[in-house]
Design a binder for this molecule. Structure first.
Ligand code: NAD
Length: 334
């Protein structure tokens, strides 16, 4: 099959391209290679598979309507896996514009391309951040997600609503995946697992939000990619019994689904830090501080729906995952 992967130089996008190529698919990857974080890391991810005979890369910005329309005019895709976005919760508070461009305009351009190209299935990245300060755990897709606490979360919720309207209006099958804190080799330099590893090795102090009273459903990259690829294979159909939101009657029959994709067992932040400390053999210098704006206290995925639909079962525990992250970090930055 022929896949389009947006955000192909990103953490999840690069790993997804490799998995699809290993399974014998043709993949076109696009990315604007922006400098939100180290461009060399993005290029190094791409370098792992850029010369694969079934892969081709185009430097494109999804917010550019003409370029994306042209791409969909000149290529036919069986599946689109849309992972390009401006990520990051805290950055969105200072820089909402780039989220509007990439996550709203860019998402619309991908929806339009899929509609005109009659793509059989669009899978796109949503986020656990849509649950906001939800206190009911684990988070189920039937829970309310109407109270985002960052602009990033608001754009991800908007992505789901936009996808729903296209599924409903144009019969475009769409699946949104709410990712829960992804970590592992080739991970993002703006995320805690990478920052902690880097700072501990440099002997710098790490900041610990909410005085360490934080829980995250850390999910290893290979599990995420397995779930993404499985989800792409299961095309949603119209279903009059599908319930879109909790508490409301079945309001939609559109070929539209949203799933959680996480590990399904939250880890306390201090425990996660201990795993890195033990892997590095270093005790971190710690600065305990208050909860930060836009942050949430706990994330915890109920992954039953994705398991039922695709057989997705996370396989990598935190000790193994942290060991692989640390080993990659040391060799990459040696
Ligand atoms: P990432 O930043 O590593 O990857 C995103 C890629 O998209 C980057 O390479 C970037 O250059 C590219 N990009 C950004 N804006 C673009 C644009 N306008 N046009 C073309 N390319 C653009 O992030 P990631 O961790 O791989 O995340 C992938 C997706 O998953 C994102 O949509 C993100 O919001 C979502 N997500 C990730 C996590 C996580 O824990 N990593 C959690 C929840 C949701």
């Amino acid at each position: 099959m022929k896949y389009l992967v947006t955000g192909a130089a990103g953490f999840i996008g690069a790993a997804t391209c490799q998995k699809l190529l290993a399974a014998g698919n043709d993949v076109i990857g696009i990315d604007n290679l922006n400098d939100y974080y180290d461009v060399n890391l993005k290029l190094a991810r791409l370098a792992q598979f850029e010369s694969h005979e079934r892969f081709s890369f185009k430097k494109l910005d999804i917010a550019n309507r003409e370029d994306i329309a042209e791409l969909f005019k000149t290529q036919k895709f069986d599946r689109v896996i849309h992972l390009a976005a401006q990520a990051g919760v805290r950055y969105s508070i200072e820089n909402p514009d780039s989220y509007a461009d990439s996550n709203l305009v860019g998402h619309l351009n991908i929806l339009e391309g899929c509609r005109h190209n009659q793509v059989a299935h669009l899978v796109y990245a949503s986020s656990s951040s849509v649950y906001g300060l939800n206190e009911k755990t684990p988070f189920a897709t039937t829970d309310s997600v109407d109270h985002p606490v960052s602009f990033y979360a608001a754009t991800k919720k908007a992505n789901e609503l936009m996808a729903h309207s296209y599924s409903h209006l144009y019969d475009l099958p769409t699946t949104g995946l709410r990712f829960f804190t992804v970590y592992g080799p080739w991970g993002r330099p703006d995320m805690a697992p990478f920052i902690f590893t880097k700072k501990m090795l440099a002997g710098d102090t790490i900041d610990i939000n909410n005085n360490g009273d934080m829980w995250r459903d850390f999910t290893y990259i290979d599990d995420i990619v397995e779930g993404v690829v499985r989800a792409a294979d299961v095309i949603p159909e119209r279903d009059n019994n599908w319930r879109v939101e909790t508490g409301s009657p079945a309001t939609s029959s559109a070929p539209y689904r949203v799933y959680n994709i996480g590990h399904g067992s939250p880890i306390n932040l201090m425990k996660f830090i201990e795993s890195i400390e033990s892997e590095l053999g270093i005790e971190a210098k710690k600065n305990f501080r208050e909860m930060q704006a836009g942050d949430v206290y706990k994330t915890f995925a109920d992954t039953q729906d994705l398991f039922t639909a695709t057989g997705y079962k996370p396989a990598v525990g935190v000790e193994e995952g942290v060991a692989k992250l640390v080993s990659w970090y040391k060799s990459f930055y040696a």
